[in-house]
Design a protein around this ligand. Sequence first.
Ligand SMILES: [Zn+2]
Length: 558
Amino acid sequence: MTLFNRLGGGCLGLFLLGACADVDAPAAAISQAVAQAAANTSNEATAAKRIEADVLFLADDAREGREAGTSGYQEAADYVSARMGEIGLEPAGADGWFQQVPLRANTPVLESAEFSVMKADGDTIDLTHLEDFRVFVSADQTEMDITAPAVFVGFGVHAPDQGYDDYEGLDVKGKIVVYIGGAPDRFESEQRAHYNSRGGKADAAAKHGAIGSVSLFSIAGEKRFPWARFISNPTRTGMTWVHPDGRAEVSGAGLSGGGVTNPEISQVLFDGAEKTFAEIRAEAEAEGGSPAGFDLAVTISMKGSQTSKTVTSPNVIGLIPGSDPDLKDEYIVLSAHLDHTGINQKKIDAGEDGINNGALDNAIGVATMLEAATQLRDVAAGRSILILAVTAEEKGLLGADYFAHYPTVDSSALAADVNLDMPVVLHPFTDVIAFGAERSSLGPIVRAAAAKMDIALSPDPLPTQNLFVRSDHYRFVEKGVPSVFLVVGFADGGEEKINDFIKNHYHKPSDDTSLPILYDEAARFAEVNYLIAKDLANAEERPHWNEGDFFGELFSGK
Ligand SMILES: [Zn+2]
């Protein structure tokens, strides 16, 4: 699960790309681990044992948190390709099992970050980096140096065809837009998540001619993700992917970049304005609330720079060929991200555990996908099935986006995506949330699969968390491919376990195999996804969006 949907800047400790690229490739360790998992594929072994063996390898400290572009990630990719071979899949990458994804890795130069606010009376206030602000240089540039009047644009959502436009009546051309996190609660969960995505907001700002943006913490956003946590890893590498023609893929092309200010000092931007920061924040939080935009009285200057290098990191792709001559040229994709967030050098320097092992995010998603593949291998399915382990999800769903743009099969042949990301299997679950299911012909198939296993389908319990746009299936949705993404639900003790995981372990070194992971539950999660994929592969009709569906209309033909 990614925190950010295509973030601008960021960084990865250079050591990860250089010094830590251990030349002693652990080929022996990999073949031993695969042999172990292979032994587990004998008929006596259980699905739970196979899943556990995969998680233990992928989330081992030796993988160093599987950050895209690192040797730890490459070891994980080698392991997954070996497992795919052992399961009996066919290689379906661009080159054997792999599809190399060219990534542009941007490392922020912390000392170059500046943010100042010129008030109407001529006074200039220089903010303090990290204490007061962070800046993000656009991923396709190395420098940002902008000064412009500021305009508050509410949530920064532009949706005129839905009867909502925060930009209406405002002139932001050549200016810096300031918006608050979130999106109007008049939109239902999945649509709201779309409007609240960083990429969507950046696109809206660029479309209206803004040159930069400043994002403000909402009350709910700050509660969920306090400032101290937001600045805890400021040297983390930001990434985007690169087209074959060398162009870097960015949201909000034309923006130089953006900033985020600490809510403690954000009132400075509203100095002399018609409303205070506290007022617009309360409006944004209120039920049905959406603060209207207005010109601010201040001019903002933002500077920042980043060093850039190109790295490659592979998606790993295996194929189960379809058995029906009329259907086998259509593909059902099972996707799960293999990467995680790597090492937090600040923690290691402080003598703490700094390896983000990502056992639940998303070693277990990959392991359950491999288990579903093991079961799919043994059934004759009409359509072909692609098993896709993607890279750089944590950098903004990049590996999936690259695959969705440049698939290793005919792009018009992608019929559906079933995504597995972060099943929090810490309690015997009795319900799941099936994001996206009811938007397409996947709905009845998902319902039937869940019913067969006595699993209830629940509505999204966390509509402000934007889960629908925060994992890889969304890149397929953006390409018009009907998709579904199952997460474990809140019923029967799930709420407490899942909230505790999000609060205390998500994207932290403690998301590791010391968590009380229930591998039998993971096996059930694999099975429901297996049933969905099998039924999609055998469905008479190719999966299609429901008539008039919001995402179907927005993205079909893209
Ligand atoms: Zn994540």
